[in-house]
Design a protein around this ligand. Structure first.
Ligand code: B12
Length: 212
């Protein structure tokens, strides 16, 4: 348990080298990684609050982002390895156009992969048309758009508009998420679902795919 706390501390302090090292220790100790990821997510949320109340500033936030990414890079393959053997579905995920935030999207990606989904992560600031093109190329089941700013939320609506315009809307389930979003907005823009966090994102995808 002690090394999990050390890991949370490394992320809070923004030390990516220590975060990577301790994440490796956590893996070697055979810890259940899902609750560890949940704790790190909680820590990032706490940092988010501190950022908003000017207790910490951009450089600190960026260091913590790097430390979180370093830990998730170590966990990613391990979470995948412990995941379901059978592919549950194909998800194309990305950050909304103009949105450079990626931590939450990366967590959702990793957790979906660990639950048996094939996930194509298009990265951040993804053009709406790119989501559609990739979904067609990969014969995806779900398109997932992550928006962290009120100004980038319309990007998700644009993805849905393009799908409708191209007569493809029925082919894909579209899900949305990110701190400023909510279920009401998701309904308003005609999305198939919204989830508050990575655990709920898995439940949402399972429900949409009709799997457990
Ligand atoms: C970290 C951070 C950054 C980092 C991003 C680093 C990175 N590599 O991602 C840096 C410092 C670079 C940054 C930059 C900026 N940021 Co910033 N940032 C944040 C902060 C503090 C935390 C976001 C975060 O990582 N949270 C932790 C993760 C784990 O949570 P999450 O992202 O919400 O994800 C979870 C859920 O939402 C959900 N989820 C996420 N995506 C999806 C997708 C789907 C499909 C589903 C189902 C679920 C889901 O699951 C995730 C895991 O549980 C937020 C504040 C906040 N409270 O959100 C501001 C915030 C988002 N940033 C903001 C702003 C304005 C900016 C900047 C313009 C600069 C600035 N003035 O601060 C630039 C934007 C550049 C751009 N064009 O995008 C504003 C946005 C305001 C708005 N208009 O809505 C916020 C709200 C802060 C604020 N109050 O001012 N930021």
């Amino acid at each position: 348990m002690e090394c999990v706390e050390k890991l949370v501390q490394a992320v809070m302090e923004g030390d990516d080298e220590v975060a990577a090292e301790v994440a490796q220790e956590v893996v070697e100790k055979g810890e259940d990684l899902q609750p560890v990821v949940a704790k790190l997510t909680e820590a990032m949320r706490e940092l988010g609050k501190q950022f908003e109340t000017f207790e910490i500033f951009l450089p600190e936030m960026m260091c913590s982002s790097d430390a979180m990414t370093a830990a998730m890079d170590v966990f990613g393959p391990k979470l995948g390895a412990s995941g379901a053997a059978k592919k549950k579905g194909v998800v194309v995920i990305g950050g909304a156009p103009g949105d450079m935030h990626e931590i939450g999207k990366n967590i959702v990606t990793t957790v979906l992969q660990s639950d048996g989904y094939e996930v194509a992560d298009l990265g951040r600031d993804v053009a709406a048309l790119e989501f559609v093109k990739k979904a067609q190329e990969l014969k995806a089941d779900i398109i997932a758009v992550s928006a962290l700013m009120t100004t980038t939320m319309p990007g998700a609506k644009e993805v849905i508009r393009i799908l409708s315009e191209q007569g493809l809307r029925e082919k894909y389930k579209v899900i949305v998420g990110g701190a400023p979003t909510n279920g009401k907005w998701a309904k308003e823009i005609g999305a198939d679902g919204w989830a508050e966090n990575s655990t709920d994102a898995v439940t949402l995808c399972n429900n949409l795919m009709g799997v457990e």
